[in-house]
Design a protein around this ligand. Structure first.
Ligand code: CUA
Length: 158
């Protein structure tokens, strides 16, 4: 059986494309820590204040210097807590919800960027490997003072 030259070229091209796509998926999943949206915990947005995690938003030191949990409420038009401090290199899990409308949670210059929807709990796990001060912003339009919705994340050096 002989194959047309063009057929061979196109088969080769298809194989290269599939391999490239798989390599890109692997790169984003394992190197950049990209997390796809998955089944999220649901929460009654009207009862956010009764949930112990969100009635007193805070940074919890699970394992000192190693593991942290941040309970965060995104609402019109601020983040609570507004200032967060975690050490460099520690595993940080942000647990976020909104009692009102859709907000965004982005830590500028890092790979933290998620949507915060009322009725759901957004969980983002990361590590900050560079000490410094980072801007936290809402990147979903949530009303005219949306541009004022920001905060500060400080990564303490070791
Ligand atoms: Cu919250 Cu924009």
């Amino acid at each position: 059986m002989t194959m047309n030259r063009y057929e061979k070229i196109w088969i080769g091209f298809s194989v290269v494309m599939v391999v490239t796509f798989l390599a890109l998926i692997a790169y984003f999943a394992f190197v950049t820590g990209f997390q796809v949206p998955h089944k999220a915990e649901v929460i009654d947005p009207r009862a956010v204040g009764q949930d112990e995690r969100f009635s007193s938003p805070r940074v919890v030191e699970v394992v000192p210097g190693k593991k942290y949990e941040v309970y965060l409420v995104a609402r019109m038009w601020n983040f609570n807590p507004r200032e967060i401090e975690v050490p460099e290199g520690a595993e940080v899990k942000f647990i976020i919800t909104s009692p009102d409308v859709v907000h965004g949670f982005e830590v500028v210059g890092t790979n933290v960027n998620g949507m915060v929807l009322p009725g759901y709990v957004t969980v983002i796990t990361t590590r900050f490997n560079k000490a410094g001060e980072f801007l936290m912003v809402c990147n979903e339009y949530c009303g005219s003072p949306h541009y004022t919705m920001s905060g500060k994340l400080t990564v303490r050096g070791r």
